[in-house]
Design a protein around this ligand. Structure first.
Ligand code: GDP
Length: 376
């Protein structure tokens, strides 16, 4: 190699005859101050204020509504602050919808029913929002409403808005988010809100405490052992509907209807003055859907006349105030990092019979209050 020779460019060595290195050109000035500013501005996302969200929601803008619901569902502190502001500003525009809870075991036909009833409502000029309470959805990968194809027609209806259940959090957390989403949907002009839940757990009690009307979907046949639906849930229902009353199932559905009607007679009279009804329908073939809608209207006009509608809403508002306090206190306690280790060690002591459950709890609470005082 000729590295010892002092060539400016190795390419200029004689051995590379035919190769000529020319002087390059200067870098053209593609970036100046103006263009950089323009570039940065285009990249900078416009941060919406709470007022921007509220304007969009009140104008019925679905994209803005969805973004606001995402803020409601977010666990980030800064999102929650904006969400609270949005809700406060939307509150005066809320409350005018009909809130309907729909429950039933998986497979009973909830989404088929919601689609059929939903189309019935939007055809008459109504605007429908469908929400869900399903605290198990993370585990079960979205057993309800997770998959929008379940309500294909309704999903593409411009007068319907479908929002799957917030997937994370405790039942109380999911319920709070759903209740706040109701406020936003109402402010956006939705006059009917469906809240769907699987009728197997505790979630129906939550749904019941946020709706005006509660509909329980049931099946005929299936052993008639109340299909895993607890008595308490039947007691909450304003209407029970036997679904899949079609084909050779019609007679069985009618028999089930009479059976459930007899079962309902055993319950004490309702506070609303309404006598719960049992109906049949075929969500799949759109049979009996109009009758159910009429019955819901009948119920609403009765309870609006006798004052129960407002009474129930007031009770629900109170309930949610206390429920939120409980929820907040609980999460504040369990998220307190200073207490985590102590809680774990007390748990061990309780299990090892070294400490009673009550003493452990009181000690932990004492520590919690002390840590709050220290924070001040
Ligand atoms: P969900 O789990 O409660 O939401 O139930 P789906 O709406 O997904 O329905 C479960 C199955 O029952 C689907 O295969 C539906 O097509 C069927 N189904 C729902 N409603 C009816 C009905 O009225 N009649 C009949 N024959 N089948 C139905």
């Amino acid at each position: 190699m000729s590295t010892k020779k002092n060539y400016n460019h190795i390419e200029n060595d004689k051995q590379y005859k035919g190769l000529n290195v020319n002087k390059g050109i200067d870098q053209p000035e593609t970036f100046n101050e103006d263009s950089i500013q323009r570039f940065l501005k285009s990249k900078r996302k416009k941060i919406k204020t709470a007022a921007d969200y509220v304007d969009g929601i009140l104008a019925g803008n679905i994209t803005t509504l969805s973004q606001a619901v995402t803020l409601v569902e977010s666990s980030k502190k800064e999102h929650q602050e904006v969400a609270r502001e949005i809700i406060t500003q939307c509150l005066p525009y809320s409350g005018k919808s009909l809130r309907i809870g729909i429950t039933g075991v998986p497979g009973v036909g909830k989404s088929t029913f919601i689609e059929s009833m939903g189309k019935h409502i939007t055809r008459q000029g109504g605007k429908l929002a469908v929400l869900a309470i399903d605290p198990s959805s993370e585990r079960s990968k979205g057993s309800i409403l997770g998959d929008k194809t379940r309500m294909e027609e309704l999903s593409s209806d411009s007068n319907a808005y479908i929002r799957p259940s917030p997937s994370a959090g405790s039942l109380g957390g999911v319920a709070r988010k759903t209740r706040e989403t109701i406020v936003l949907c109402e402010a956006a002009g939705f006059d009917t809100i469906f809240i769907e839940t699987v009728g197997v757990g505790q979630s129906e009690t939550m749904v019941h405490s946020m709706v005006d009307f509660f509909l329980l979907l049931m099946l005929s046949g299936a052993g008639d052992e109340l299909q895993g639906i607890k008595r308490g849930i039947m007691e909450m229902a304003d209407v029970i509907t036997i679904n899949k009353a079609d084909g050779n199932n019609i007679d069985k559905a009618e028999m089930a209807r009479v059976q459930y009607l007899n079962a309902l007679h055993l319950f004490p009279p309702t506070e609303s003055g309404w006598v719960p009804k049992v109906l049949t329908c075929s969500a799949f073939h759109h049979i009996g859907i109009d009758k159910i809608w009429e019955t819901i209207q009948e119920y609403i006009s009765l309870v609006k006349k006798n004052g129960y509608f407002q009474h129930k809403r007031n009770e629900q508002s109170k309930f949610w105030m206390y429920e939120t306090i409980n929820d907040h206190l609980k999460s504040d306690f369990y998220q307190n990092n200073a207490l985590k280790e102590l809680t774990a060690s007390f748990e061990k002591k309780v299990l090892g019979q070294e400490m009673s459950s009550f003493v452990a709890a009181l000690e932990l609470l004492k520590n919690y209050y002390q840590s709050k005082k220290n924070d001040q």
